[in-house]
Ligand binder design. Structure first.
Ligand code: ADE
Length: 295
């Protein structure tokens, strides 16, 4: 195996799947006019998980469900305006085919959750990734242009859960890059996909805090040293230092996350660090110390 992740994994004695792991824990169907976009799903941990039979990925070309010479998938928006909208007919046929194909594998009553990447969707978060990782079947409808005719979503919702999701407050050219990100965030949570499940527990967004900074050898590089505490071998101090770094980094980069931290889940040292960087408990969350309600 030549990709870097799997070489590292083998060195650490990682297995393809833990003994007794359920095979094909997740089926993923991706529909797009750019099926080549999903080539990266052959690589790294996801490629490995596919080859190990942990996940089953099928990519479908939307244009295969058109019937005209130009394989047309779009048209002018009803009511006028800029850009083009994806016509409903190819989407209807593609989704019917995905449903039929998946049911042959998963059983006649199986239904996928249909994820529609769009900047106007629900925000995709680690919590949502974890919820979707518990599903047996996910289908992605990757739109281009100004989006997919809304009737496709309405019609699909009569047969399956439909979930429009957004990666964040910015606009991509289409749903493909977002679908790749969502598939990666979900599949890495499946048992057996990551060799070291411990790496899931302290990473950013699992408990409302960003991850601490990490270092490796050499101990000194371009006059920059690895923080002395990490070389001390003092495990309790290392744990505390990392926790402090997580709190400081979150306060600096993501004040919106600090606001939502529950003071009841923090210890006295946590509260002292947050106070030092200007945050104090306020009911079930935090507020900036200087933001006093006028009395
Ligand atoms: N498609 C275009 N922009 C997107 C975004 N921000 N998130 C998800 N899908 C998108």
């Amino acid at each position: 195996m030549s990709d870097p992740d799997s070489r590292g994994a083998e060195k650490r004695g990682r297995q393809e799947a833990p003994p007794g792991a359920r095979t094909n824990q997740l089926r993923v169907d991706l529909i797009s006019i750019f099926p080549e976009y999903f080539a990266p799903l052959e690589l790294s941990l996801i490629g490995r998980a596919r080859r190990a039979g942990l996940i089953d990925v099928a990519v479908h070309d939307l244009r295969d469900f058109t019937h005209d010479r130009h394989r047309t998938v779009d048209d002018a928006p009803a009511g006028g305006g800029a850009g083009m909208v994806m016509r409903p007919e190819p989407w209807g046929e593609a989704l019917d085919a995905v449903l039929a194909g998946g049911r042959r594998m998963l059983g006649p009553d199986a239904v996928p959750t249909l994820i529609v990447p769009t900047p106007s969707g629900h925000l995709f978060t680690q919590n949502l990734a974890a919820a979707l990782a518990a599903e047996p079947w996910l289908a992605f409808a990757c739109g281009r242009y100004e989006g997919i005719d809304e009737r496709v979503l309405d019609e699909s919702a009569a047969h399956m859960p439909v979930l429009p999701v957004s990666l964040g407050d910015y606009v991509l050219n289409g749903g493909e890059a977002a679908a790749l990100a969502v598939v990666e965030a979900i599949t890495r949570l499946l048992p057996g996909v990551l060799g070291n499940a411990d790496s899931l527990t302290e990473e950013s967004h699992t408990d409302g805090l960003l991850e601490y900074p990490v270092y490796t050898k050499p101990a000194a590089w371009r006059d920059r040293d690895v923080p002395a505490v990490l070389m001390s071998g003092h495990h309790a101090q290392i744990r505390r230092w990392r926790r402090d770094q997580r709190l400081r980094r979150t306060a600096e980069r993501r004040p919106d996350l600090v606001q939502r931290l529950d003071p009841a889940t923090l210890d006295a040292a946590d509260l002292a660090v947050l106070a030092e960087v200007g945050w104090v408990p306020d009911g079930a969350g935090f507020r900036r110390a200087e933001q006093r309600v006028a009395d």
